[in-house]
Design a protein around this ligand. Structure first.
Ligand SMILES: NC(=O)C1=CN([C@@H]2O[C@H](COP(=O)(O)OP(=O)(O)OC[C@H]3O[C@@H](n4cnc5c(N)ncnc54)[C@H](OP(=O)(O)O)[C@@H]3O)[C@@H](O)[C@H]2O)C=CC1
Ligand SMILES: CC(=O)N[C@@H](CCC(=O)OP(=O)(O)O)C(=O)O
Length: 321
């Protein structure tokens, strides 16, 4: 039987990209609301309770409201917002996080999609903590830069609409300087760190794509490790994964820069380990599309797992940015 899927928030940045990945598929049928009804709680409740799987692409408060509208015990949910990412009753939807995480997502009725920056940061940090290479009390710093679509329709308008009263046109803008970004709780919890990491995000004046970087002073670790040890550890952790890969030593040696837009339109995330000549400093880096593996692609990946569908379905094509 064809699964019925409702995207609540289909007209938003994340929702539109999920729709683009699903609408041509024969193995799912989309439940759609007219534009006039898309914010009507009664119409949404009807669609949510009719769906085999609902994907919430909404602000946090509307996502919580949507979950409250669900009475059908068969309706399964993927939430793209921040609302449930540290909730113990929800499964964290990062299937490559641990060997058993994909099975947990497959079996779950409530899956919380990771944040875009945490997807990169956790891929780089969690395997090192798990392996004991990075102590849980290490003072970790995460730097990130995202295209402005990371801020949804509101931020897109500020960069693209010349008539926007709060227009932004700067090439690069550091933000979250209260040091209290909404991604910190999930980064701390799912990394295994005892304390919140330092997180320094920025927005670039381009639409989409991101780079997450974690610099590490290897001389400050209790046991000395070489950059190659860290690359080998990450490569072993993500071996065989369709969507997360680790650049080889040869590829890394041939590079001196990274392009945050390099994986746009895909559900791929590429990890890099750069080391200096003396081997006492490394830069861990992740390139991903904030709207791909950082949001919409990840939701489709989780949906495929939860509905028992082809893991590559809807994800093989590169979407136009
Ligand atoms: N953009 C990104 O890179 C990422 C986003 N996310 C998360 O995904 C969620 C959606 O983000 P994004 O797509 O960027 O945001 P957008 O602002 O682009 O889209 C949100 C959509 O939700 C609609 N909406 C708001 N309130 C309601 C409501 N009560 N009922 C129904 N629809 C409603 C909005 O309507 P209207 O069109 O009228 O404004 C809009 O279409 C957020 O929680 C965000 O944190 C997660 C990872 C990355
Ligand atoms: C550039 C930008 O503004 N990015 C957003 C993060 C992306 C987002 O809102 O989505 P999730 O939190 O659900 O991952 C921010 O920093 O708030």
């Amino acid at each position: 039987m064809t699964a019925q899927v409702f995207i609540d928030g289909e007209a938003g940045t994340t929702g539109l990209q999920i729709r683009a990945r699903l609408e041509a598929r024969a193995d799912v049928r989309l439940i759609r609301l007219d534009d006039a009804d898309r914010k009507d709680p009664v119409a949404r409740a009807g669609a949510l309770n009719q769906a085999d799987l609902a994907i919430l692409c909404l602000p946090d408060a509307a996502a919580r409201e949507a979950v409250g509208l669900i009475e059908n015990p068969q309706t399964r949910v993927i939430d793209a917002s921040t609302a449930y990412r540290t909730d113990p009753d929800w499964t964290y939807g990062f299937p490559e996080m641990d060997a058993e995480q994909a099975a947990k997502v497959t079996a779950s009725k409530r899956v919380s999609n990771p944040g875009c920056y945490p997807t990169g940061a956790l891929a780089l940090i969690r395997p090192l903590i798990k392996a004991g290479l990075l102590p849980t009390d290490f003072p970790v710093t995460i730097n990130g830069v995202s295209g402005y679509s990371g801020g949804g329709k509101g931020l897109i308008r500020r960069y693209e609409d010349p008539a926007a009263p709060d227009r932004l046109s700067n090439a690069y803008r550091a933000y979250a300087l209260k040091l209290a970004h909404k991604h910190l709780p999930e980064m701390r919890l799912h990394s295994g760190l005892d304390q919140a990491p330092f997180f320094l995000p920025a927005v670039g004046n381009y639409r989409q794509g991101m780079l997450v970087q974690v610099p590490l002073q290897l001389w400050a670790l209790p046991e000395r490790h070489k950059p190659d040890d860290i690359r080998d550890l990450l490569a072993a952790h993500f071996a065989g994964q369709d969507f997360v890969s680790v650049a080889s030593a040869a590829e890394t040696a041939a590079r001196d820069d990274l392009d945050p837009e390099g994986l746009n339109g895909t559900n791929a995330m590429r990890l890099y380990v750069f080391g200096n000549a003396s081997g006492d400093q490394v830069l861990l880096a992740a390139v991903l599309d904030n709207l791909g593996k950082g949001a919409s692609g990840a939701a489709v990946q989780n949906m495929n797992l939860m509905l028992g569908l082809d893991p590559q379905a809807g994800l093989a094509e590169r979407l136009a940015a």
